[in-house]
Design a protein around this ligand. Structure first.
Ligand code: G3P
Ligand code: MG
Length: 384
């Protein structure tokens, strides 16, 4: 492989191009390295060719995930060139609407892991659905969720309960108010998560246990001045990725966080008689994630210099397996730095010719290759 790809490259200077590798379906099938992945990453490390890992995965803090990846791939990696789905949420700690000291609900895979991620990011008050269930099991009239463990931060009991609209908000302050809701990875306990998220979307300003008719439109409230469908005091709902499908160990793609998002949106439409769920989704293909990734790349370089010296980063090869996230995102991203993002689709993941999946418009990659090794060979040949 080294001889094939070291076309005219001395392997010394840092080139003016870089790679962005998707993980699931390109480098790994869950825990199992995809053939060629380790060899490619070792070659790029040895030859000082910059790359980042850019995944819609998540559920562990970056430091823990990178250690996992190093062990699975047998390659030295760093959090300095690792971006996962919820990494950019750290931006919400700063600025005039900072959520740093607000109370946020997080869910995703393991509830305590989700709390740890956000605490390590710097969010000060992080609640999980398990905390709420522990404080009042009647909120969920079925058995405890499978990933339930006794919360590390028990909530004050009892939780607030008020059956009707709030006429005097002054009576509320001592009760649990969720200021924002985050989905950080692929939820395991959809039933509990859907119940708690719905309770909060129907609540008065995120006060759990309350109910606001403004959020539950009927023919009369629909004409309410603020639209009736969803009043402005509703806690914002953030999803870290919109992947309907992803490539795991099974031979067919699996449902991802985008499927959970569709379940929340479908449930909200049914409860409200047709309202569209207001939400923010990041991750690939969205601009925020590619902008974050590009800033990580442009901050890399020999000893903190810029990749490619004065000319900077000219081109990023985005190697992915999902046309809806990796390919569409790279094709649609307008770089702040004038960098060209080149989309390269591999056949080892979500997309396969046999299952169809038209590659047209924004989903059309620059090239389709068999696997990550083919992607790097193609790119390095192009770079000459
Ligand atoms: O949860 C993981 C899935 O959404 C896909 O991750 O690495 O293919 O972007 P990735
Ligand atoms: Mg993938």
């Amino acid at each position: 492989f080294k001889n094939d790809v070291r076309v005219g490259r001395s392997g010394r200077e840092s080139p003016s191009f870089a790679f962005a590798f998707d993980i699931d379906g390109v480098l790994l099938h869950v825990a199992k390295p995809i053939p060629g992945a380790t060899k490619v990453l070792k070659f790029l490390n040895d030859d000082n060719i910059p790359f980042i890992l850019l995944t819609n995965g998540g559920g562990k803090h970056e430091t823990e995930r990178v250690k996992d990846l190093e062990a699975r791939l047998g390659v030295q990696l760093s959090t300095d060139n690792f971006v996962q789905s919820h990494t950019p949420f750290q931006e919400l700690l700063e600025g005039p609407n900072s959520l740093r000291d607000k109370t946020v609900l997080v869910t995703g895979s393991d509830y305590e892991k989700c709390r740890t991620i956000f605490k390590e990011y710097g969010f000060q008050n992080v609640i999980t659905p398990a905390d709420i269930y522990a404080a009042d099991p009647t909120i969920f009239p079925f058995q405890a969720p499978s990933s339930y463990t006794t919360p590390s931060q028990p909530l004050p009991k009892p939780l607030y309960s008020h059956p009707g609209p709030i006429t005097n908000p002054a009576t509320l302050p001592s009760h649990l108010k969720i200021d924002a809701i985050f989905v950080l990875n692929d939820p395991r306990d959809w039933a509990l998560d859907l119940q708690i998220i719905t309770d909060l979307l129907l609540s008065h300003a995120g006060y759990l246990g309350t109910y606001s008719p403004l959020n539950h439109p009927t023919p009369t409230t629909r004409d309410h001045p603020n639209g009736g469908w969803q009043n402005d005091s509703q806690p914002p709902l953030y999803f870290s990725n919109a992947d309907l499908l992803w490539s795991a160990g099974y031979h067919l793609p699996r449902l991802g966080q985008g499927a959970f998002q569709a379940a929340v949106a479908g449930l909200w439409r049914r409860i409200t008689g047709g309202a569209e769920l207001r939400r923010v989704s990041i991750g690939k293909p969205y601009r925020e994630t590619y902008r974050w990734a590009e800033r990580v790349l442009t901050s890399m370089g020999d000893g903190g210099g810029r990749i490619g010296g004065v000319g900077g980063l000219r081109r990023v090869y985005m190697v992915g397996d999902n046309p809806e996230s990796d390919i569409a995102g790279a094709n649609g991203y307008c770089s702040e730095e004038g960098t060209e993002w080149v989309s390269v689709l591999v056949r080892t993941g979500v997309w396969s010719a046999e299952r169809g999946g038209k590659l047209e418009g924004v989903f059309e990659p620059k090239v389709v290759v068999d696997d990550v090794m083919g992607a790097v060979k193609w790119a390095l040949k192009k770079e000459g």
